[in-house]
Design a protein around this ligand. Structure first.
Ligand code: ADP
Ligand code: MG
Length: 627
């Protein structure tokens, strides 16, 4: 065996998979570079979901002619000089890997100009360098990445559809707009501007990424807890979202997904949220760099905290105080009139983002023991028994919720699949018990709800509502399965306002929606226009329906959408069915039982039995005629 030293070209190609595996991660690295370069205006342009083109233009410090080639070398960075710097790194990048890695797997061009220098350009294609040439350009840097992964077909094949890659890029850009509200971003997809922020502060940024109403449904918080600064906007008790795509967490300016913070927030909302509802938040945590490790993995948007309990406790106590409106809430709320926040972004006066401003101030220091003591004091009134230091247990790592009053929260995925399987098993069993309806002798009804039949040695009690419901449901389903659906146009189209990720999900499911009778089309940047609904489901509540559809995005399983529709079907069948307590005429009873075709194993669409059988022998046992 011979040991080969990898050439830089091959090494970079391998390393590229670590740093950049998808268009959005390329966008992330390049935008971070622009931010690190001090840009106040950044434009992000993509085409073909970023596979074809990614272009980032900034007005930052630029790269001098002599450094241009260096930027493309692995581990070339201007941001770290010594190993100690690693522990206090303030810039977003510091590994010096991104440019080299991206250039190894694409056709890359950089044009850059420093304030006092001339513009120069350099092309690197699949890691092979061209010449540095003079070029024309404004102050700052423009990086163009074309044909990403053109020379690594395996990786190219691994990418999702253009639409999904685009959605992930959009999501990334949205998070940059939120995390850097002082920067003006323009985001263009295939020549069309999707987002334009004005660098006028967090409120403006939220209005750009979500909508102007969002702010009026939020609390603005600005708290300082155990040396950790928390700020941003959290949805009020009634402002819930169908999935987690409305949650943004920034730790020292970086967008991260972190379970400790995630569960602290979710638990703080506790009883305010029902099953499949998620809180809205744009939350900034600022803490001394020594207590947070951002060096987890170049590609994972997570961080490690020196102490999870402090972080969990701080987030939990601030948010639950605000939501519960306890005496400490005032301390944590940002002092702004809540009425002024629904203006259009363009009319915002320059709202300063306090988080970013204050982050340079020295942090108050507190020992771990002191912090624990304070936490204990803080949380107990909210959590119930004062002697129960539940936050001292290892911080929960799953998004679970301390069982709230009423509905128990669980991951929607599990119950859904169990339910499905149960349903299938029941359908199977249902086929088994069939009786010729002509053999069923009607004996009368009980409590105006249960119809009594006799055949041979068996008695059957049939729930008239459940039976009718089942029959209507079967009819509806049959129509759908035969594609005999009829659409009912609406007088006023219904608009589903979605974010970029939800929009992509809905778009991917357009055909299913259309198959069952919805007329849907794109509307604006990320909204959907519904102009017709399935005839049989005319009375459905579209808001509820689309909320459920979007909730299914969480599980990323297309099968769930059809299940939701089945559920809708069941509901409309239920509404249309005769109720218990309604007296049926003899003909109606006959028609009903005939329609069952003697199927005595039926369940109503909610899973309750339609018929209950009692054997003669069981009745005789009751009377002790037999034992
Ligand atoms: P890192 O960001 O980890 O330092 P990169 O490979 O992303 O590594 O970038 C390498 C170097 O190229 C950076 O340290 C910086 O000096 C320079 N650079 C990259 N992009 C830009 C930019 N948009 N503006 C100015 N300098 C840049
Ligand atoms: Mg970088």
């Amino acid at each position: 065996m011979k040991i080969n030293v990898l050439t830089a070209e091959i090494y970079n190609k391998i390393a590229a998979g670590e740093v950049v595996d998808r268009p959005y991660s390329v966008v992330k690295e390049l935008v971070e570079n622009a931010i690190d370069a001090g840009a106040t205006e950044i434009s992000v342009e993509i085409a073909g979901g970023g596979k074809k083109l990614i272009r980032i233009t900034d007005n930052g410090c630029g790269i001098g002619k002599d450094d241009l080639k260096l930027a493309f070398l692995p581990h070339a960075t201007s941001k770290l000089k010594s190993a100690e710097d690693l522990f206090t790194v303030q810039t977003l990048g510091f590994r010096g890997e991104a440019i080299a890695s991206i250039a190894a797997v694409s056709r890359m061009n950089i044009i850059s100009k420093t304030e006092n220098g001339e513009a120069h350009s350099l092309c690197v294609s699949g890691g092979v360098f061209g010449e540095v040439t003079t070029a024309a350009g404004a102050n700052g840097t423009q990086v163009t990445v074309e044909d990403l992964f053109y020379n690594t077909p395996a990786r190219l094949k691994f990418l999702k559809s253009d639409g999904q890659e685009e959605a992930d890029v959009s999501n990334m850009v949205a998070r940059f707009i939120l995390s850097h509200p002082e920067i003006s971003f323009t985001y263009t997809v295939a020549g069309k501007v999707k987002f334009r922020s004005f660098g006028d502060g967090l409120k403006g940024a939220i209005s750009v990424v979500y909508d102007a109403q969002t702010l009026s449904n939020c609390f603005e918080i600005a708290a300082d807890k155990h040396g950790i600064k928390l700020s941003g906007f959290i949805g009020n008790q009634n402002f819930s979202k169908p999935n987690r795509s409305y949650q943004s967490l920034f730790v020292n300016g970086r967008y991260v997904v972190n379970q400790t913070v995630g569960s602290a927030v979710t638990n703080a909302y506790g009883a305010y949220l029902m099953k499949r509802q998620y809180p809205f938040y744009v939350l900034f945590l600022e803490m001394p760099p020594e207590i947070v490790d951002v060096n987890v993995h170049p590609n994972k948007a997570d961080v490690r905290f020196a102490d999870n309990q402090i972080i969990y406790g701080s987030v939990y106590s601030v948010i639950s105080s605000v939501l519960d409106g306890n005496s400490r809430a005032l301390e944590y709320l940002a002092d702004v009139p809540k009425t002024a926040v629904t203006e259009q972004p363009a009319t915002h006066s320059a709202v300063q983002n306090d988080t970013l401003q204050k982050s340079t101030q020295p942090y108050e220091t507190m020992s771990y023991q002191q912090a624990i003591k304070e936490l204990q004091f803080d949380i107990s009134p909210v959590g119930g028994k004062p002697s129960e230091p539940r936050f001292l247990e290892p911080a929960p790592v799953k998004f679970e919720v301390h069982a709230p009053k009423g509905e128990i929260k669980g991951e929607p995925k599990e119950d859904f699949f169990a339910e499905n399987q149960r349903y299938l098993r029941e359908t199977e069993k249902m086929q088994q018990e069939r009786i010729d309806p002509a053999q069923l002798e009607y004996k009368g009804e009980l409590f105006r709800t249960y119809l009594i039949y006799e055949t041979g040695d068996n008695a059957y009690f049939i729930d008239q509502h459940a039976a009718h419901e089942r029959l209507i449901y079967n009819r509806l389903r049959e129509k759908w399965e035969k594609r005999e659906v009829v659409s009912q146009p609406m007088l006023m189209p219904y608009i589903v306002n979605a974010n970029a990720q939800e929009f992509a999900f809905l778009k991917a499911n357009f055909n299913i929606l259309r198959e069952i009778g919805f007329e849907v089309e794109e509307f604006g940047n990320t909204s959907i226009k519904v102009s017709a609904v399935p005839m049989d489901l005319q009375s459905m509540n579209l808001e509820v329906f689309f909320r459920e559809v979007l909730a299914s995005m969480e599980s990323l399983r297309a099968v769930r959408l059809t299940d939701i529709l089945k559920d809708r079907l069941a509901t409309s069948a239920c509404k249309a069915a005769v109720k218990g307590g309604e007296r049926l005429t003899e003909q109606e009873v006959r028609a009903l039982i005939d329609e069952t075709e003697g199927d005595m194993g039926m369940k109503c669409p909610h899973g309750r039995p339609v018929a209950v059988k009692m054997k003669k022998s069981e009745i005789e046992k009751l009377f002790k005629r037999i034992v």
